[in-house]
Design a binder for this molecule. Structure first.
Ligand code: HEC
Ligand code: HEC
Length: 191
């Protein structure tokens, strides 16, 4: 009997916790009450964004750049000359993707890593590259070039998901990294 009660109490606690998470997703108020900041960045939920922006590279979460960066990147002219590639979209798809990216940009997100990026990019011109952010380049400055450009399994620091095994979930923690062809990367460079 006592055991049963315990289980019921546990279940009730789990339910309350769960709804707290849901509230945190919805509003700043909920986030404050909850005191439980979402870690990492918010995973991509828009299907068109995932499909169109995940074709040539990993679909970067909008929470990795501030809104004004997405404004600069996601328009007809810019997409025609997208880092040397043509990534043009039809008007309707462009609008959906643009609005989704702007609404979920770093400066509109309460996820922990997005907050850091938002603060670090508050002033200055709109950054066009995530890899160009000081916040991101500092995190990678210790990695030797041979593990990135000189590494057939990676090729560019822009391909986050080659090393960050949980990148698609918005998780970039160092303990989830696996550098292709360098299984013992952790011992290679000083932290
Ligand atoms: C036709 C191929 C193609 C498509 C489609 C494409 N991209 Fe790219 N994208 C590239 C290339 C090439 C680069 C440069 C990669 C490099 O420097 O290694 C790039 C780089 C980027 C970068 C900068 C990455 C960095 O270095 O920090 C962002 C941000 C980006 N793309 C966003 C998008 C978004 C959003 C979409 C969807 C609208 C998209 N891309 C669709 C080819 C594409
Ligand atoms: C060559 C493999 C590689 C690629 C590609 C790469 N990273 Fe990393 N990243 C690492 C490693 C290794 C670390 C941990 C560095 C350390 O421990 O000092 C790291 C650390 C980070 C951190 C800090 C993690 C923490 O725990 O503080 C963030 C955030 C991050 N990367 C984001 C990105 C993003 C976003 C991209 C793509 C634009 C990217 N990384 C591409 C290997 C990579």
């Amino acid at each position: 009997m006592q055991k049963k009660l315990k289980i019921t109490a546990l279940l009730a606690a789990a339910l309350i916790l769960n709804s707290a998470y849901a509230v945190a997703e919805q509003s700043f108020g909920g986030w404050l009450i909850n005191f439980n900041r979402q870690k990492g960045v918010k995973p991509v939920t828009d299907k068109a964004y995932l499909e169109e922006c995940g074709g040539c590279h990993f679909a970067y979460q909008p929470g990795l750049l501030p809104a004004r960066s997405w404004e600069a990147l996601l328009n007809k002219d810019a997409l025609r000359k997208h880092f040397g590639a043509n990534a043009e979209l039809d008007d309707d798809t462009l609008k959906e993707i643009h609005d989704y990216a702007v609404d979920n940009a770093a400066d509109k997100s309460w996820y922990k890593r997005s907050r850091k990026i938002a603060v670090a990019t508050e002033t200055g011109p709109a950054p066009l590259r995530i890899t160009g952010l000081l916040y991101i380049s500092r995190k990678h400055e210790e990695i030797p070039e041979k593990m990135i450009k000189g590494n057939k399994g990676v090729k560019s620091l822009s391909f986050c998901d080659k090393c960050h095994t949980q990148a698609a979930m918005g998780v970039y923690d160092a303990d989830t990294v696996n550098i292709p062809n360098y299984p013992n990367w952790d011992g290679w460079f000083a932290k």
